[in-house]
Design a protein around this ligand. Structure first.
Ligand code: AMP
Ligand code: ZN
Length: 136
C-alpha cells in the first residue's frame, strides 16, 4: 500500500522512534501523543482494521501490547494505561492500517476516552446478546 503512512513507516521510508519490533508488529512513539509515552503498535502487514486481521496476528497482538504497557508503566510510573483500537471513521480511526494505541494515564490527567452511557429497554440487552452469540 504505497500511500499508506504506516506501510511506509514499516518499510523505513518515513522515520519513527521505534520501541519494539518483531515479525508481525512495529511499535513506535505516536507523533501527536495523548500523553508523553503514547505508543502505537502497528501491524507490519497492511490490514485496514480489526475486521481484516488474520487470527494468527490477532492472537499475538495482546501479548505484544501487554509487553509495551508493562514497559510504559515501569518507565513512567503512570497510574494506569489505556489500550485503544479504532475501527472506522465513526470510531475515530484516522489511519486505515491496523494499530493499537498504548496510552499512559495519570490520576486526574486531562486525557479523555469518553462516552455517555445509554440505556436498554426491557429485555433488549438479552435479545441482542442472543443475536450476537449466534454470529460468533
Ligand atoms: P487512529 O486515529 O486510531 O487511526 O490513530 C492514528 C494515530 O497515528 C494518531 O494518534 C496519530 O497521531 C498517529 N500518527 C499519524 N502519523 C504518524 C507518524 N508519522 N508517526 C507516528 N504516529 C503517527
Ligand atoms: Zn498500510
Amino acid at each position: 500500500m504505497e500511500n499508506c503512512i504506516f506501510c511506509r513507516i514499516v518499510a523505513g521510508e518515513i522515520p519513527s522512534a521505534t520501541v519494539y519490533e518483531d515479525e508481525n508488529f512495529k511499535a513506535i512513539m505516536d507523533i501527536a501523543p495523548a500523553a508523553k509515552g503514547h505508543v502505537i503498535m502497528v501491524a507490519k502487514k497492511h490490514y485496514a482494521n480489526l475486521f481484516e486481521l488474520d487470527d494468527t496476528v490477532a492472537s499475538k497482538a495482546l501479548i505484544v501490547a501487554r509487553k509495551i504497557a508493562i514497559a510504559i508503566q515501569m518507565e513512567l510510573n503512570c497510574d494506569g494505561v489505556n489500550l485503544l483500537q479504532n475501527n472506522g471513521e465513526a470510531a475515530g480511526q484516522t489511519v486505515f492500517h491496523f494499530h493499537i494505541h498504548v496510552i499512559p494515564r495519570y490520576d486526574e490527567d486531562q486525557v479523555t476516552v469518553p462516552w455517555r452511557h445509554t440505556q436498554y429497554g426491557d429485555g433488549e440487552a438479552a435479545a441482542l446478546a442472543v443475536k450476537l452469540a449466534a454470529r460468533i
